[in-house]
Design a protein around this ligand. Structure first.
Ligand SMILES: [Zn+2]
Ligand SMILES: [Zn+2]
Length: 239
């Protein structure tokens, strides 16, 4: 009798437990309280040894050749993940759909890495309006807004984007820089708010860092004291 009672109560407890775990892992499809289960979270490609300036992954943790030759205008990159599957797929999905499952985990990891830092202002890398219209949302600005709220730091829309620039993908470092000329500009009314300030510049993915370097130069020319980049993922040298 007692055994039957225990069996029944165990079954009902399991039922409640299963209902509580109403979502499943998007990768292994196991029941999980979050969209990515703990095992799959542990397998995500986190950023290991990297260049202390541009965060490019390497095996020695020293400055990379590019930063030694031509130091970028930004000071540091804070980034939790390497841009490779499944992180790259997650980010591609998030760009298309604002509520793509799994991305919140990446955002939370980035927020955790930023929690020890203090900045005076947050600036988002702007995207061309036609591209945003096509996408229907501006994921990078939303990310910047979330960061600004979490850090209790103002978000300044200090940079304008006057044209799309041709797609950066597939271009070398030099061509990327050339491609960016005249695309971004500092909005004059923000100049006074940037002087002597420590700025957090937000983008989704940093590839060569050409775009962020270009914007960092504009911010430093306006008198910003330091520029730290925050992104969800950093590409590895070969990609
Ligand atoms: Zn899983
Ligand atoms: Zn570097």
């Amino acid at each position: 009798m007692l055994t039957i009672y225990f069996r029944q109560s165990t079954t009902s407890i399991l039922g409640v437990y299963k209902r509580l775990l109403n979502s499943q892992c998007i990768y292994c499809l196991q029941a999980s309280a979050s969209n990515i289960c703990l095992d799959c979270q542990a397998a995500l490609p986190t950023l290991g040894q990297h260049c202390p300036k541009c965060s490019e992954p390497n095996h020695h943790g020293q400055l990379c050749g590019h930063c030694l030759q031509q130091p970028p205008a930004f000071d540091e990159v804070i980034c939790p993940f390497v841009f490779q599957p499944p992180i790259s797929d997650l980010i591609h999905r998030w760009k298309k759909r604002p509520h793509a499952l799994g991305v919140e985990l990446l955002v939370q990891r980035l927020l955790a890495s930023l929690s020890e830092h203090e900045f005076d202002a947050v600036v988002a890398v702007p995207y061309y309006w036609k591209k945003l219209l096509w996408r229907g949302h501006n994921p990078v600005r939303k990310l910047a807004k979330q960061i600004s709220k979490q850090l209790h730091t103002p978000l300044l829309d200090a940079i304008s984007r006057s044209q799309s620039g041709h797609a950066q993908r597939g271009l070398g470092r030099k061509q990327r820089l050339k491609n960016l000329r005249g695309v971004f500009a500092l909005k004059p009314k923000y100049k006074a708010q940037l002087r002597h300030k420590n700025i957090l510049l937000v983008d989704d993915v940093v590839t060569t860092g050409a775009t962020c370097n270009h914007i960092s130069k504009l911010l430093k020319a306006a008198g910003a004291q330091s520029i730290t980049l925050a992104c969800l993922a950093r590409t590895a040298p070969s990609s």
